[in-house]
Design a protein around this ligand. Structure first.
Ligand SMILES: [Zn+2]
Length: 231
């Protein structure tokens, strides 16, 4: 009798040991999963903090926030408490919008500083100056105040011009093409509507020379496309 009981007992014990082992493995796996999740969340949190103390949940906007702006762009980001910098995140990024500053002979720096003045409500992501200099005044992932209802999903470039006609200087033009090509590549913007004038968004005559001269606008678009091809 005893010889029959022993193997039964031992197999019960084996099954109990197996169940215990399985439970302990399950517990370890849950612990590992929890630790991984905690690690991931804190990594996301600290990365977001580094980019301006906020968590960006939209993957497209998060990617844009992480872009490294080329060294030919002079970053003069407006203080967060500037009246013109609202600090709202883009809701999407669907196009680059070209503007002219509408104030003949002013420099990129002057316009950037104007954005920083108390009470100023307008700004743009970038300013291109008469000598081709490029200033960035707000972070890429934030909404600018330049294109009314399209502020929500566009990146804006304001361009300086020597006179009322509003035609860009050769140096400005080249910088607009270079900057726009970089932005469209970096933000993965494709299609006819991915590069527009302020005029195309709201009907405002901006940038005036490129509204009155459709062929000059189409040439600019073609030059941006060519620059993208050669990048
Ligand atoms: Zn405009």
């Amino acid at each position: 009798m005893s010889t029959a009981v022993v193997p039964q007992k031992s197999s019960r014990r084996r099954r109990a040991r197996k169940r215990a082992r399985q439970k302990s493995v399950d517990r370890r796996m849950v612990l590992v999963a929890v630790l991984l999740l905690a690690g991931l969340l804190s990594a996301v949190y600290f990365l977001a903090r580094g980019e301006g103390a906020r968590i960006i949940t939209d993957p497209q906007i998060a990617r844009i926030a992480g872009l490294e702006v080329p060294d030919w762009v002079d970053q003069q980001i407006l203080p967060e408490d500037s009246d013109s910098r609202r600090g709202d995140l883009l809701e999407a990024c669907n196009a680059v919008v070209i503007h002219y500053v509408g104030n003949p002979g002013t420099t990129a720096e002057q316009n950037r500083n104007y954005y920083g003045n108390p009470g100023t409500k307008v700004n743009s992501h970038f300013l291109v100056g008469l000598d081709g200099e490029i200033i960035q005044s707000i972070p890429l992932e934030e909404k600018s105040s330049a294109t009314s209802e399209r502020n929500r999903d566009t990146i804006s470039i304001e361009v300086c011009h020597p006179d009322e006609e509003g035609k860009f200087t050769e140096a400005s033009y080249d910088s607009v093409v270079r900057l726009t090509a970089w932005l469209m590549d970096a933000c993965q913007l494709e299609g006819e509507d991915a590069l527009i004038r302020h005029y195309d968004a709201t009907g405002k005559e901006c940038p005036i020379y490129y509204v009155k001269n459709e062929s000059a606008w189409l040439q600019l678009k073609a030059d941006v496309e060519a620059a993208r091809q050669s990048n």
